[in-house]
Design a protein around this ligand. Sequence first.
Ligand code: DC
Length: 226
Amino acid sequence: MGKKISVAIDGPAGAGKSTIARRLAGELGYRYVDTGAIYRTVAYFMDLWGVSPKDVDGVNRYIDELTIGIEYDDEGVQHMIMNGMDVTADIRTQEIGQKASLISAHAVVRDVLLDMQREMAEQYDVVMDGRDIGSVVLPKATVKIFLTASPEVRARRRYKELLEKGQKAKYEQVLKEVQQRDYQDTHREIAPLKMCRDSVKVDTSDMTFEESVAAIRKIIEEKLAK
Ligand code: DC
């Protein structure tokens, strides 16, 4: 088996990483790995057991009880399996995202998930998105993208998304959550979100979805042509 191609896409919450990464993976025929979903599964599991995401001892005690599976359906959609149960839909709430951000700061959690992520990249060509893919998980990734947008633009997109889903939301509140998550994800001690020196920065504040996909695709193709 030859060396696999890996595209690492890191960036703050709400930058559009998952939609863009999924689309690119589809176009390139690679596997899309949403690593945030893995952290969300841990957060969801701890939540079910009433363990606070800040409770280091509690998280350490319960983590061994959790078996995480990742499966892909015929459309290439990633499903998260928690102790045999498909929790793909359950983990997609603001609350679990916020708890995942806190839980991801624990060393034991990051250690357990690290091998899982690396194994995926050893087996398949991947587009993997997260916070520390280029810096820690796949430091030798073929292409590293740092995908970002201003907090206001990210909050506005998220706010629109919530309204479209029929959920109640206040823009100011969404913006506050975006800023809080940025702070947590960039200030944690282990594997904080930061741009690597060999990453290419793509700021999508003034780009449409299609423009963002095209821009990143161009970066990937140029790198692969070398
Ligand atoms: O991308 P997301 O919103 O689904 O991620 C949820 C949280 O998980 C995020 O706020 C921080 C954490 N995370 C991480 O620490 N490292 C990753 N590679 C992916 C996510």
